[in-house]
Write a protein that binds this ligand. Structure first.
Ligand code: 5AD
Ligand code: SF4
Length: 476
């Protein structure tokens, strides 16, 4: 059964509130000689980044302008993450600071949204301890933000909407994107996998796929506005389409996007290994615009732990897929996610995770120490290892992988790579920065007007986390 969509009538209600806020904001601008300013902060994954772009889209339509500086904002919105406890602690810390800010600036509005507040116990805590928060809305209420914000602007007390939804998709929400050359395009929301450690299925609901024509139209519109790199987003893109009434899977979406004139690069994340088909491997191989890069989270190396994590594959099955990918697409860049210190993990289990790293030789990994999430099955398990042992293992993991990263980067020295220029380098103001097809960061000397363009770069030096290079020409 395909997911329902927010109806035109429902969205019209949101639009009417956007118009009302716009009127308020116009009056504010006359009285204060400046526009009302909003400040957004995003925690967590790319899905949240994409959701913030929607929030900014709605705010912009309602007449808000934006500021990077929270201190000068009239509205502060935190789009939060619930995947690990430290992300939640960071937000609570920030809320503490905002309390003081609000004391000296009575009209400041504070809003919280996203996965963290979709959990009832968290919202209860915010209401109890952080009385200066004006608005709380969960992941399912994003499209209703205009109405909720309007109410929060006019009512006393906190406005809350964290009702779990029936999984409806809101297609009409406007998007204000950060970059022109690159865009995230969500193809699916939610997750059905219920990995035993993970909170995502509880806060984002069941898997819902967007319709293929809606996705492809979004891509065409982006290209018409100058975007050349498309990154498809979903918790498990490999199961895209299973809930649709038509016979289109993720490989088909990639192939159809590959045909769109003006698209130059296609990336995607995240793939669940259990659903990675041969068809997808051949599609990545055969489509010239699909970047030769794959993020395939393994999480752990021991079959016992994989089973307890409810990952639905064995180490052998994972490695067989990796072998097949490497055979079909030589040189493909592989990345993964690893969790260290799952409750029942022993030192022997952990050694099997190290074996996987040494065997696959990932280009890079995202590694996390297990974080207990209330309401998930793993939260009931007792730990085998002490905190100290888990940290020791985590450090060993980093050591092993750092060496592999450096060696993988060294393979690039002397190569000529096509790089899409992102802008000024984050580490060196005198340099520009961009990415290779495989996703490696390259720093090189060049002018700012190269941003958004493709340049050929000769790699001169491999570093731990990036490459240095020099421009040898424009795009062929
Ligand atoms: N603790 C630690 N890491 C987690 N992840 C998901 N849930 C947890 C948790 N409870 C990691 C997984 C996932 C990535 C996005 O976050 O590795 O792939
Ligand atoms: Fe969480 Fe597993 Fe779904 Fe990824 S696939 S979001 S780890 S439940």
């Amino acid at each position: 059964m395909a997911a329902t969509e927010i109806t035109k009538e429902q969205w019209a209600v949101s639009e009417s509130y956007i118009a009302k806020i716009k009127e308020d904001n116009a009056l504010f601008a006359i009285q204060n000689g400046r526009a009302r300013l909003a400040h957004t902060e995003t925690y967590g994954c790319q899905q949240n980044v994409n959701d913030t772009e929607r929030i900014r889209g709605m705010l912009s339509k309602a007449g808000f302008e934006f500021t990077e500086n929270a201190e000068e904002a009239d509205l502060i919105i935190y789009n939060t993450c619930a995947v690990r406890e430290n992300a939640e602690q960071k937000v609570f810390g920030r809320l503490g600071i905002l309390k003081h800010m609000k004391e000296s600036k009575k009209d400041l509005m504070i809003a919280m949204c996203g996965c963290m507040v979709q959990q009832e116990h968290i919202t209860e805590k915010i209401k109890r301890v952080y009385g200066h928060v004006d608005l709380i809305f969960g992941t399912h209420a994003l499209w209703r933000m205009p109405e909720l914000l309007y109410r929060a602007m006019h009512e006393k007390g906190v406005v809350v909407d964290i009702t779990p939804s029936d999984g409806a998709i809101a297609e009409d929400v406007p998007i204000l994107r950060d970059k022109e050359q690159k865009a995230w395009v969500s193809i699916q929301y939610g997750c059905n996998n219920f990995c035993s450690y993970c909170i995502v299925p509880y806060v984002r609901g069941r898997e819902r796929s967007r319709k293929p024509d809606v996705i492809l139209n979004e891509v065409r519109n982006l290209v018409a506005n100058g975007t050349t790199e498309i990154s498809f987003l979903g918790q498990n893109v490999n199961s895209y389409g299973k809930d649709l009434d038509c016979d289109v899977d993720f490989s088909d979406i990639l192939r159809m996007t590959n045909e769109i004139e003006g698209v130059k690069r296609i990336r995607f994340m995240t793939s669940h290994p259990k659903d990675l088909s041969d068809k997808l491997i051949y599609t990545i191989r055969d489509c010239d615009k699909v970047c030769k890069q794959l993020h395939l989270p393994v999480q752990a190396g021991s079959n016992k732990i994989l089973k307890e994590m409810n990952r639905c594959y064995t180490k052998e099955e994972y490695l067989a897929k990796i072998d097949k990918i490497k055979k079909e697409i030589p040189g493909i860049a592989l990345t993964t996610d690893i969790i260290v210190g799952f409750p029942t993990e022993t030192n022997e289990d952990f050694k099997e995770t190290l074996d996987i790293l040494r065997y696959v030789r990932f280009d890079s990994i995202f590694s996390f120490i297990y974080s207990r999430r209330e309401g998930t099955p793993a939260a009931k398990l007792d730990f085998v290892l002490s905190e100290e042992e888990i940290h020791k293992n985590f450090n060993e993991l980093l050591e092993v992988q750092n060496q592999i990263c450096k060696e993988k980067n060294l393979e690039y020295e002397g190569r000529e790579e096509l790089v899409l220029v992102d802008g000024e380098s984050k580490t060196n103001k005198d340099c520009m920065q961009g990415r290779t097809d495989s996703g490696k960061i390259v720093n090189f000397k060049g002018s700012h007007d190269l941003t958004g363009k493709y340049v050929m770069v000769k790699i001169t030096k491999a570093k731990q986390w990036s490459l240095d290079g020099e421009i040898i020409g424009g795009e062929n």
